[in-house]
Write a protein that binds this ligand. Structure first.
Ligand SMILES: C[C@](O)(C(=O)O)[C@H](CC(=O)O)C(=O)O
Ligand SMILES: [Mg+2]
Length: 299
């Protein structure tokens, strides 16, 4: 292996500041994101729950559920993948197992958070936190389970909303001391707060630029200025896909034809392009083309 997934992510973080990380809801979305030039991908916990299982993002999906989506993505892209493992799916030994399985599946990085296991979306009210010590134990268990030292453990803190800036920054320092390689401060409301988190962390921090939440849609220049290392767009394409799909379903149902919404659609040619469809067809011809001709009496 020329470069491990973790190393690739670290190189990308060093090369692009902040590194734009594209949420990919499935394998085909990952291929599109890669081909338009993103250097890192993200598998959202909310995305796995919503899209793959039709469930809300409330800690209902399991390690195996997430792994299934991961394998589909890592089998079609060379890009490093950051994965949302929520609270790690259990106690210390389960967290250890989660980290080992992630590495086996070709993941570059995970983020593990300090909410209680009955977690909520980070941009919803009434989140409950575990103590700093309990989160430190989660991080220690995760770091200890690394078989590749370049694999990235990112600690997410949801503490800003419940405990305020000072307490959240203190948690961040403790999480880095415990071995977190990167920090994800969740539901941040201002660039000044990002600056404070970056200052406290002294390791790359991630800005979650998710729509319809607590964080304004800061630009990449603003985030660079604030000392942010990674900019995440976890569900942007997914939300757009959903809106387009809904329009298409409604139109077909109401108008009895899709004629008015064809412009919303990716064409067959574009689809085949992203899939490298013609390479597959050529391979078929190369392998079996002559046999078929012989069968037809043409060979
Ligand atoms: C990043 C996140 O954890 C996710 O699962 O994608 C969500 C995103 C969202 O709900 O907008 C979160 O911020 O909690
Ligand atoms: Mg999540």
């Amino acid at each position: 292996m020329a470069s491990s997934p973790g190393l690739k992510l670290r190189e990308a973080v060093a090369a692009e500041q902040p590194l734009q990380v594209a949420g990919a809801i499935n394998a085909y979305a990952a291929m599109m994101a890669e081909q338009v030039g993103f250097r890192a991908l993200y598998l959202s916990g909310a995305g796995v729950a919503n899209a793959s299982f039709g469930l809300p993002d409330l800690g209902i999906t399991t390690l195996q559920d997430v792994l299934e989506d991961i394998r589909r993505i890592t089998s079609v892209t060379e890009l490093p993948l950051l994965v949302d493992i929520d609270t790690g799916f259990g106690g210390a030994f389960q967290i250890s197992r989660t980290i080992k399985e992630m590495q086996r599946a070709g993941v570059a990085a995970v983020h593990i958070e300090d909410q209680v296991s009955e977690k909520r979306c980070g941009h919803r009210p009434n989140k409950a936190m575990v103590s700093t010590n309990e989160m430190v134990d989660r991080i220690k268990a995760a770091v200890d389970a690394k078989t590749d030292s370049s694999f990235v453990i990112m600690a997410r803190t949801d503490a800003l909303a419940a405990e305020g800036m000072e307490a959240a920054a203190l948690r961040v320092r403790k999480y880095v001391e415990a071995g977190a390689d990167m920090i994800f401060p969740e539901a941040v409301g201002s660039l000044a707060q990002y600056k404070q988190f970056a200052e406290a962390a002294q390791v790359p921090i991630l800005a979650n630029i998710t729509e319809f939440g607590q964080t304004p849609l800061f630009t990449i220049e603003q985030l660079r200025e604030a000392g942010v290392g990674l900019a995440l767009y976890p569900l942007s394409a997914f939300r757009a896909m959903n809106a387009a799909a809904l329009r298409v379903y409604r139109t077909i149902r109401e108008e009895g034809t899709q004629q008015q919404v064809v412009d919303l659609m990716q064409t067959r040619a574009e689809l085949y392009d992203f899939l490298h469809y013609y390479d597959y067809e050529n391979k078929l011809d190369e392998l079996f083309g002559t046999v078929k001709k012989e069968e037809k009496g043409e060979g």
